[in-house]
Design a protein around this ligand. Structure first.
Ligand SMILES: C[S@@+](CC[C@H](N)C(=O)[O-])C[C@H]1O[C@@H](n2cnc3c(N)ncnc32)[C@H](O)[C@@H]1O
Length: 269
């Protein structure tokens, strides 16, 4: 029978690989938000954008179903984002394809995006809304959006749908709740910013999104760390969020193992 592996018994090469993986994970966490298995930063490597074990299978999904239907402008922004040093922060192509379909099914006109980055998921949302649709897009900075996303979004002719609000999401959402006419006025929200605030965002969004509307939370499996390293602070926060959502009777819930884990909440009360 093989004994338990001690640190010393793990070959040096494997230890170095383990160390590199940990360092990379830490770098991404410190870099801000969300991983989406954000190990792809800089490379735009789509291989990191899935929890699927088989990369060829993921590639097949992209090539068979996603890329053939991808609008030119979305492809342009995806490729432009790929050369950003934090490229791995962007949503995955199959994920934004799902949003397009959900938005169509909801007949969405008004949406909220918490966490914009270059605007990749924002553009996908804008394309799915009618011409008079509106997205309140919130980010603490619009630097990446202005530099990378905005020119593509302008050219795509959907910039008029975007109401960009620069600031920390929590006070911006509080202000939105306080503004007259906003309660229950939104059909959809996508939350893709700092994970530790997800439950705080949830409470605000339940006031802003209508009954029957949808709230989508990204990175809810946190690269699998929710089971691999459950005590790591962000994994623990994600587990706490997932448990709270599962117990929340105001929403119907579905956890999807797409991208880095996506939780869909349909407001029912
Ligand atoms: C994962 S990225 C968003 C990616 C984007 N949804 C996409 O698919 O391309 C997260 C973004 O959230 C922003 N962010 C992080 N914490 C925030 C906060 N507390 N309030 C507002 N924005 C925040 C970061 O600046 C970053 O641009």
């Amino acid at each position: 029978m093989r004994g338990r592996r001690t640190k010393e018994s793990i070959p040096l090469v494997a230890r170095r690989r383990q160390h590199r993986r940990r360092a990379e994970a830490l770098r991404h966490r410190m870099a801000g938000e969300g991983s989406k298995a954000k190990a792809a930063a800089g490379s735009g490597n789509l291989h990191s954008k899935t929890l699927l074990k088989s990369q060829p299978l993921y590639q097949y999904i992209l090539e068979s179903t996603v890329f053939p239907r991808e609008p030119d402008c979305l492809r342009e922004l995806r490729l432009a984002t790929a050369s950003h040093p934090m490229a791995g922060m962007a949503a995955s192509p199959d994920e934004v394809q799902l949003f397009g379909l959900l938005l169509e099914m909801l007949g969405a006109r008004n949406t909220i995006e918490v966490g914009v980055f270059t605007g990749y998921s924002l553009l996908a949302t804008a394309l799915a809304l009618p011409d008079d649709g509106k997205i309140v897009a919130i980010d603490v900075t619009r630097e990446s959006y202005d530099r990378v996303g905005s020119p593509v979004i302008d050219k795509a002719g959907v910039a008029h749908k975007i109401d960009f609000r620069v600031g920390l999401a929590l006070p911006v959402l509080d202000q939105m709740v306080a503004e007259e006419g906003n309660r229950g006025a939104f059909d959809f929200a996508f939350v893709d910013a700092d994970k530790v605030n997800f439950l705080n965002y949830h409470e605000r969004l339940l006031k802003l999104v209508r009954v029957g509307g949808l709230i989508a939370y990204d990175n809810t499996l946190w690269s699998g760390s929710v089971v691999a390293t459950p005590d790591e602070p962000l994994a623990a926060a994600t587990r706490e969020f997932n448990a709270a959502i599962a117990a929340d009777r105001r929403v119907h819930v579905c956890q999807l193992a797409i991208a880095d884990g996506l939780t869909l909440c349909r407001r029912v009360a």
